[in-house]
Design a protein around this ligand. Structure first.
Ligand SMILES: [Fe+2]
Ligand SMILES: [Fe+2]
Length: 168
């Protein structure tokens, strides 16, 4: 019965959500790296791809702490955010605004992750899952650092390039 569901059920559900999301992100990042025009953008997406692999492994450790199988649960939110990113890649292909668009999509992904990890860390604390907290915090810190790097990249070059006059 739904009435008996508690915070541990929510925690497990949300853990499955972010596990699914990270796996989708792992697949999306190499595509974004290929699409990016700037070398810094490409390198940044590839670096975060490697970090994401490590994040997935930390999530698997959290499942293990719970004594549960690591299993994802379809997250429509991340599918939608990634689909929008793919739309930008198609519609802005070859245009000066492409990287600014890619960065904005990537930041939507990061903010989704930051929201999820913030919640999971709080709930892990409430549930007394002390060993899960540092694992989740490590992931959160990487997402926050990535978000900041993306902001710098946008401010340093991508936004200015995107404002370039149309050639036609
Ligand atoms: Fe992530
Ligand atoms: Fe991320």
């Amino acid at each position: 019965m739904a009435a008996t569901k508690t915070l541990d059920d929510l925690f497990l559900d949300t853990l499955k959500d972010i596990y699914f999301a990270e796996k989708q992100i792992l697949r999306a990042l190499p595509k974004m790296a290929r699409a990016a025009q700037s070398e810094e953008g490409k390198a940044g997406f590839l670096q975060h791809r490697d970090e994401t692999q490590g994040q997935i492994e930390r999530l698997e450790q959290v499942f293990e702490l719970l004594g549960k199988a690591a299993r994802g649960k379809t997250c429509e939110a991340i599918q939608g955010i990634i689909a929008e990113g793919e739309e930008i890649m198609e519609e802005f292909k070859g245009s000066p605004a492409l990287d600014a668009g890619l960065i904005s999509s990537a930041q939507a992904v990061e903010h989704y992750e930051i929201a999820r990890y913030g919640t999971l860390i709080e709930w892990a604390g409430q549930l007394g899952l002390a060993d899960a907290v540092p694992l989740l915090q490590a992931n959160l810190q990487e997402e926050e650092a990535t978000d900041q790097k993306l902001t710098q990249l946008a401010k340093a070059s991508a936004n200015d390039k995107a404002k370039a006059k149309k050639s036609a």
